[in-house]
Design a binder for this molecule. Structure first.
Ligand SMILES: Cc1ncc(COP(=O)(O)O)c(C=O)c1O
Length: 356
């Protein structure tokens, strides 16, 4: 596997990023491991992680916990597992979870919370994934024979609203209110490092707003696999036990934790994805007036009003296919285009050339 030079002028490996010039804007999950990740994977010291014997996983867990100011962390295969183990830990069957209606852990995890933890959701229908302190009070007003709410969850950045950042002050106020009602708090921080990059507010500050926080290595951080749940020593010991119950105990998993360590160490580069997202947003605003408000784009997810393009999807998809560009089809008129470490400014120029 001798290194050669890729389309983006960087040395690549046969396993690596899009050597054929493909630009894939579907998600930040499509990235391939970088050469540094592959090298780290190839040379990682390994052990059986179920025995806590994998030094690479142990290091990743320590670094992850410290990155969000928590005592401990546990490595899990996916963000879904991280969220669901956290819900399982914080709730009992028959209880409710207070969440924004457009939460990934409620709507896009195949009913896992309902099926595995036996909980229902008390939802707040607010833009941008927000929950205000008054929403917490409203939800908690119903006592007696109403289902008990035991957990409030956040998602930051918020996927379905187009990568919006829930402002720190909003989370701070509502989390304090939730705590005053005795609720536990979990953050789905699949993209928390995008919130950090966008606001300059560091990981420990966000982490302090919740009892547990999960974040993903396989999104903007660019690693192929993995997420982590961080919390107190006690919480993580129990979540580790629940991970075993769910079949999530892994063995020489340092082989993937090594790539995750590289992604985490390089997290400051996410500002580059945000700059590319701005380039996309400004390009759409200029070429297709009314399709987007660039100031709405806060991180790496760009949501374009497809109807403002004045084109039909089959026409667009044909043009993009011809230009070797992948983008998901629009959903209910909203067209999500995502920047990440395997696309660059030249790919965006190609996208606009194909659309014009
Ligand atoms: C906000 C959010 N939470 C959780 C997940 C789940 O992560 P995974 O795909 O690793 O299960 C995703 C995945 O896209 C997500 O966007």
């Amino acid at each position: 596997m001798s290194p050669t030079t890729g389309g983006r002028g960087r040395a690549y490996h046969p396993l690596m990023a899009f050597p054929d010039g493909l630009a894939d804007f579907r998600s930040d999950t499509v990235t391939r491991p970088t050469p540094a990740m592959l090298e780290a994977m190839a040379s990682a010291p390994l052990g059986d992680d179920v025995y806590h014997d994998d030094p690479t996983v142990n290091l990743l867990e320590e670094e992850s916990a410290a990155s969000v100011g928590k005592e401990a962390a546990v490595f899990v295969p996916t963000g879904t597992m991280g969220n669901q183990l956290s819900i399982m830990f914080h709730t009992s069957p028959g209880e409710e979870v207070l969440a924004n209606a457009a939460s990934h852990l409620r709507s896009i995890e195949a009913g896992a919370a309902q099926a595995l933890s036996g909980v229902a959701f008390r939802t707040v229908d607010r833009e941008g994934g927000q929950i205000l302190a008054e929403d917490v009070d409203d939800a908690m007003e119903l006592a007696g024979f109403f289902p008990r709410i035991s957990l409030m969850t956040w998602e930051n950045t918020h996927n379905l609203s187009g990568g919006r950042v829930i402002p720190f002050e909003v989370m701070e106020k509502s989390s304090a209110r939730a705590r005053s009602h005795g609720l536990s708090i979990h953050i789905d921080g699949a993209r928390i490092w995008n919130a950090v990059a966008a606001t300059g507010i560091d990981g420990p500050a966000w982490g302090a707003l919740a009892d547990t926080i999960q974040f993903c290595f396989s999104k903007g951080l660019g690693a192929p696999i993995g997420s982590v749940v961080c919390g107190s020593e006690e919480a993580i010991a129990e979540i580790r036990y629940l991970r075993e119950r769910m079949g999530g105990g892994m063995r020489q998993v340092g082989v993937i934790a090594a790539a995750a360590r590289v992604g985490l160490a390089e997290r400051e580069r996410l500002v580059e994805d945000h700059e590319l997202a701005q380039k996309l947003a400004l390009g759409f605003a200029e070429r297709f007036p009314g399709s987007i408000e660039p100031s709405d784009v806060e991180t790496n997810l760009v949501r374009v009003g497809f109807n403002a393009l004045g084109m039909e999807w089959p026409q667009v998809t044909d043009r993009l296919e011809e230009a070797n560009i992948k983008v998901n089809p629009p959903l209910k008129g909203g067209w999500r285009i995502v920047t990440h470490r395997d696309v660059d400014a030249g790919d965006i120029d190609r996208l606009f050339a194909a659309l014009s």
